[in-house]
Ligand binder design. Structure first.
Ligand code: SF4
Ligand code: SF4
Length: 118
């Protein structure tokens, strides 16, 4: 298991984004905004990345498993109800099923939507 950034071991549960249902919130992901407010010993957890997925018409979110502490605050923030919480091992399995393959090898953090790039 990769080292967790904030915990001595993995959390009991993880957030999973079903990327097939993620709209990217038009480039301003509500889930990521919430996660940025979650802190551990004064440091922002910031576990959600917005990624460019060429196979999707939208940018989609991915939860970084080495940062997520399992607080669940992102779940009610999602307008499309596409984030769910699961026990850690189950979450890894579900995550593999609901992630777009391209995101396993590429992507960039917090891109601006097309047409809004500086
Ligand atoms: S469960 Fe908490 S730490 Fe994990 S992605 Fe959601 S808001 Fe961030
Ligand atoms: S809040 Fe939901 S729809 Fe919006 S970017 Fe996050 S997971 Fe996707």
């Amino acid at each position: 298991m990769p080292e967790h950034k904030f915990l001595n071991t993995h959390p009991r549960r993880l957030a999973v984004v079903n990327q097939n249902g993620c709209s990217g919130c038009s480039g301003s992901p509500a889930c990521a905004s919430i996660c940025e407010t979650v802190t551990v010993r004064g440091a922002a957890v910031d576990a959600i990345r917005l990624l460019n997925a060429p196979e999707s018409p939208f940018y989609v979110c991915l939860v970084e498993t080495h940062k997520c502490i399992g607080c669940g605050r992102c779940v009610p923030a999602c307008p499309w109800k596409t984030i769910t919480m699961h026990p850690y091992q189950e979450a890894l399995q579900i995550r593999a099923m609901v992630s777009l393959p391209i995101l396993m090898t590429s992507g960039r953090p917090h891109p601006q939507p097309e047409g809004e790039k500086s």
